[in-house]
Ligand binder design. Structure first.
Ligand SMILES: Nc1ncnc2c1ncn2[C@@H]1O[C@H](COP(=O)(O)OP(=O)(O)OP(=O)(O)O)[C@@H](O)[C@H]1O
Ligand SMILES: [Mg+2]
Length: 282
C-alpha cells in the first residue's frame, strides 16, 4: 500500500487520439507489475473506462480467469452538474474523490475527454505525469502546435500546449511541484514515411519549445482495439487469457507497450512482469 499515489493524466483535447486506449493499457501494465491502480474517467459521456472494466469482470467470470482489476473512482453528482462546474469547484470535487484514493493505491490514472472542460483542466493541474497520445497527422498536431503553411516550420504552440502550460503554472504555484509531460505518437502507419518524418521534426521542435519528452509510439494495430469487448489489453494476454489467436503482430505490440511503459518511468523495473506470449495463429 502506498501513502502517495502517483497521478497520471492522459490528455489531448483532440478527440480520438488514443487516450482511452493508452489509459487501459497503462492500467493493465501497472497491475501486471504487481502495483495497485485506481482509474477515473472524466469523459462523463463516453465512460470508456467504466465499460472496459465491466467487460473485464464479465469476461474473467465467464472464463474462470484470474485477472487483476483496478478500482474505479467516480465523482459525486450527476454528469450534467459536474460538466457545469467552474474550475475551482471542479478542483474541489476532484480533490474530494482523490484524497482517499491517494492513500490506498500506488497509481491513479485519469482519462480525460477530447475537449477542454473544467474537470479536465483540474486533473491536469494535479498531475505528476501527463501523457499525450498524438495521431500521426498534422490535423492532430495542430492542437499542440501551429506550423507555417508554406514552409511547415513550427510557428507557435497552440491550444492544448497552452492548457498544459497553465496546469504547470498552477501546480507550481499551489504545490511547488512540477509536471512531467510525455508525448507519444499513436496509430503510426507502416507506410507514409515522408509524412512521419516531417511530423517527427515538428514534434521535436515543439518539445524543445514547450518542454515535453517524446516517447516511442504505438503502431496502428487491430489488437489495440479488438480486445476492448473482452475488457482486455495486450498486457493481459497469456496462455490462459487468449480470446483471440496470438500473432506476430501481438508480440510486436507487446514490445511497443513495454517501450512505452519504460518511457513513462512509472515502473521501478523496466521489464513488464507479464507472462510469456507464444504465437498460435497469424
Ligand atoms: N494504436 C492503435 N491501433 C489501432 N487502433 C487504435 C490505436 N489507438 C487507438 N485506436 C482506436 O482509435 C479509436 C480512438 O481511440 P480512443 O478511443 O482510445 O481515443 P480517445 O482519445 O480516447 O478518443 P476520445 O477523445 O473520443 O475520448 C478507437 O476506435 C480505438 O480503438
Ligand atoms: Mg476516450
Amino acid at each position: 500500500m502506498s501513502t502517495a499515489a502517483r497521478l497520471t493524466v492522459i490528455g489531448n483535447e483532440k478527440g480520438g487520439a488514443g487516450k482511452s486506449t493508452i489509459a487501459m493499457h497503462l492500467a493493465a501494465s501497472l497491475l501486471h507489475a504487481g502495483l495497485t491502480v485506481a482509474v477515473l474517467d472524466l469523459d462523463l459521456r463516453q465512460q470508456s473506462l467504466g465499460r472496459f472494466l465491466a467487460n473485464r469482470r464479465t469476461w474473467a467470470e465467464a472464463n474462470g480467469a484470474e485477472l487483476r482489476m483496478p478500482s474505479l473512482l467516480e465523482l459525486e453528482g450527476e454528469p450534467a452538474e459536474l460538466s457545469a462546474l467552474p474550475f475551482e469547484a471542479a478542483l474541489a470535487a476532484l480533490d474530494a474523490r482523490l484524497a482517499p484514493a491517494r492513500a490506498e493505491v500506488d497509481h491513479i490514472i485519469i482519462d480525460t475527454p477530447g475537449a477542454d472542460t473544467a474537470l479536465s483542466r483540474a486533473a491536469h493541474a494535479r498531475a505528476d505525469l501527463i501523457i499525450t497520445p498524438l495521431n500521426d497527422s498534422f490535423v492532430d498536431f495542430d492542437m499542440l502546435g501551429q506550423v507555417n503553411p508554406v514552409t511547415l516550420e513550427l510557428t507557435k504552440p497552440s491550444l492544448y500546449s497552452e492548457t498544459v502550460w497553465e496546469s504547470r503554472k498552477q501546480r507550481m504555484v499551489r504545490e511547488r511541484a512540477s509536471i512531467d509531460w510525455l508525448v507519444l505518437r499513436n496509430r503510426l502507419a507502416t507506410t507514409e514515411a515522408r509524412n512521419r518524418r516531417r511530423l517527427d521534426e515538428r514534434v521535436e521542435a515543439l518539445s524543445r519549445r514547450v518542454g515535453f519528452r517524446v516517447g516511442p509510439g504505438l503502431r496502428d494495430r487491430v489488437i489495440y482495439r479488438e480486445l476492448f469487448p473482452f475488457g482486455l489489453t495486450v498486457a493481459d494476454l497469456s496462455a490462459t487469457v487468449r480470446p483471440v489467436d496470438v500473432s506476430l503482430s501481438h508480440i510486436a505490440a507487446r514490445q511497443e507497450l513495454r517501450a512505452l511503459m519504460a518511457a513513462t518511468n512509472l515502473l521501478a523495473e523496466p521489464a513488464l512482469a507479464a507472462p510469456a506470449l507464444r504465437r498460435t495463429g497469424t
